[in-house]
Design a protein around this ligand. Structure first.
Ligand code: ACO
Length: 332
């Protein structure tokens, strides 16, 4: 290893959920849908929803604290906090609130927005700072409260999303456990999935008006996003494996963004990976956007399924459109 460069290890995980649960049956009292439709088309049975007194910062802080404790570190050991989110409490950023809440007094903190790819892009970003020797200990959090931005009258989207947060601690080490990664964007397909700002004119004085708007609710062309996911996700995973000199059968666990069970099944089939190596928890959580991969990873670590040395392929995909994959080896 060249002096000043370090490898990256993944040494702890954590996650946090809000208490309130909205089941498919409860949803069917709100819009024309059914548990049968939602579960067969998506695999989702319920989702957690943040209530009035719960914030993104609080949830992200709980996940980060759990990850730091699992890594046997103290908040003061943390150099950098990256909060991947599309639903900040504050448009100026929420990562600094997380930093204060967990008492990571030495850390610099910032938000990163890449929708459901945010966690993958976050760990790749963190790895750059660690590999160059700039930082030793980094917390990457994926947290989203998409329920804030769902149109609860729109059955084509409101059945999909839920709230949550997950985190990992990455640390400098001699041998690099980030075995490969790929990141992509295609802004020409931005309209397929968006949570767009809607400006309204606010007249200030004669001839001068400012914009004073708000964000709309989530709009999605589900079929286009589905087609995009089932073609791009296997492709990006295959490329990542190829560059790492590995094959699909070398993967112990595949953790995809938890958008739809049918997407997970299609990707596993294309990679010829048995279903028992594909981690799925969307039945309990729905699509929690940037949080979905780190929540699934943390649940799989805490149930003892992930052992040190296991190779885990992760892939995020979603709004932007963005997509990416990373191949990592768990533990020190
Ligand atoms: N309940 C009952 N019926 C419904 C519902 C519902 N909740 N939603 C739609 N329908 C109806 C439609 O109106 C349509 O009826 P019609 O045939 O009479 O017109 C029928 O069901 C089929 O609708 P489709 O949209 O074709 O259903 P599809 O099988 O494509 O499933 C779904 C929709 C689940 C959204 C799917 O397209 C999907 O998962 N897409 C990918 C979404 C995704 O992965 N997003 C990830 C990124 S998220 C992020 O980045 C924030």
């Amino acid at each position: 290893m060249i002096k000043g460069e370090a490898g990256v290890a993944f040494i702890g995980s954590g996650s946090a959920q809000v208490e309130t649960v909205l089941s498919n049956d409860m949803l069917s009292q709100m819009v024309e849908t059914s548990d049968e439709w939602i579960s067969t088309r998506t695999g989702i049975r319920q989702r957690h929803l943040a209530s009035m007194n719960e914030s993104l910062a609080e949830l992200a802080a709980q996940a980060a604290q759990a990850a730091i404790a699992a890594a046997n570190l103290a908040p003061d050991d943390i150099d950098l906090i990256i909060l991947a989110t599309s639903t900040p409490d504050d448009l100026f950023g929420t990562a600094c609130q997380v930093q204060a809440a967990i008492g990571a007094n030495r850390a610099v903190a910032f938000d990163l927005t890449a929708a459901c790819s945010g966690f993958v892009f976050g760990i790749v970003t963190a790895a750059q700072f660690i590999r160059t020797g700039t930082y030793q200990n980094v917390v990457v959090i994926g947290a989203d409260l998409l329920s804030r931005w769902v149109d609860w009258q729109d059955r084509t989207t409101c059945v999909l999303f839920g709230d949550g947060a997950g985190a990992v601690v990455m640390q400098a080490c001699d041998r690099d456990r980030l075995l490969g990664f790929e990141m992509h964007s295609d802004g020409s397909m931005n309209g397929c999935l968006s949570l767009a700002y809607q400006p309204e004119s606010n007249a200030l004085i004669d001839g001068v008006a400012s914009q004073q708007g708000t964000f709309k609710t989530i709009t999605m062309n589900g079929r286009e996003v589905y087609r995009f996911a089932v073609s791009r996700v296997p492709e990006v995973l295959e490329k990542t494996l190829f560059h790492a000199g590995l094959a699909a059968e070398d993967i112990d666990w595949l953790i995809l963004h938890q958008a739809n069970q049918r997407i997970l099944d299609a990707v596993a089939k294309r990679l010829k990976l048995p279903n028992d190596r594909v981690v799925s928890n969307m039945a309990k959580h729905g699509n929690t956007s940037a949080a979905s991969i780190p929540i699934a990873l943390d649940e799989w670590v805490r149930t003892g399924n992930v052992k040190p040395g296991h190779k885990i392929a992760i892939s995020g995909f979603g709004a932007g459109l963005t997509w990416g994959a990373a191949l990592l080896e768990w533990g020190l």
